[in-house]
Write a protein that binds this ligand. Sequence first.
Ligand code: SF4
Ligand code: SF4
Length: 372
Amino acid sequence: MRNEIIHNQTKQKTYTELFDKSYTSSETRLKIIKNNEKPVQNVRLLIQILSVLLSIWIGIEFFLFIKFLESGGNTIYIDRPPGVEGYLPISSLMSLRYFIATGEIHWAQPAGLFIFLAIVMISLTIGKSFCSWGCPIGFLSENLGAFGEKIFKRKIKMPRLLDIPLRSLKYILLGFFLYVIFLAMDIISLRNFLDSPYNQVADIKMYYFFARISRFSLTVIIVLAFLSVIFKNFWCRYLCPYGALLGLAGLLSPVKIKREISSCIDCNKCSKVCPNFIDVAKKKYVISDECTSCLNCIDACPVKDTLYLKVLPSSKILNKKYVAILVVGIFMFITGIGMISGNWKNKIKLEDYFYHMERIETSEYSHPTGTN
Ligand code: SF4
Ligand code: SF4
């Protein structure tokens, strides 16, 4: 099949007509070149799988560390993996405020701060890309949605009347956390919280939350998983405050998807593949807090140089293959700074952990707000 096809003003011609019938006309105006760039979805999948494997590895190490503590030191000793702090974003947000106010990195969950900064920096650079390239929950959510699409043979969209108010839920949650951490708490109460026995063992508390999960919490998780099968990315789209923060940070990113209106053939493929229901085929630039830079739309576009990443305000184009390098590179660079500077492992000694473990069920180790 020829790669170059000539067509006239017939933007309504389908992709098949344009590329399979070598459409020509005497009223030739525009030359369309087929997009031969390799898709990046396999690379994205590989990075997602590596991220999930890393999380599983951290989970196993943390499990063995807790078993060591529970046994009073009678099982094999495995160092606590600092990466577990990546699952404590509220504590990390508090550490960030503490760092801004005092210039000090708090000793209880320092790795969490570096992981948090790395993820925000990725979003500021290349949009909300952590959600679709690195987040294990995003990966799970994406696959539950893909499973649902197979069952229902289509993407089910939440009715617009519900979609808009539901999408605001994650911002309400984010607003609440930002208000409490940055406005309601003074620096003394913030330090008291970070120093508290609860915060020191917040990771262990999180482990017990899942290991001894209540019927109610399990039901909530099952319902969320079920809703994610029906409505793609239900958790991420409606409820995740972390994603809300990254979406806002992503709006500030200079890298945006641009649609070249002059060469677009209006095939609508980009809109159809977007997991976040963004009508890419109607945009000049994709500027949306929901865009996760998954690049499905760019991969799907059949016309060369019609959908691409542009670095604003310059006219520079960013090749899509650099997204993977940027996401992984920024993450490794910022967490690497934490490791090299000696701020990766927390300053809680093993004997302190044994002390905490003996008392972890007491009220002293409840959440300072009384919510446990
Ligand atoms: S607009 Fe494109 S990059 Fe953004 S979420 Fe949709 S498909 Fe992915
Ligand atoms: S930008 Fe979208 S509508 Fe236009 S040619 Fe590419 S995939 Fe088709």
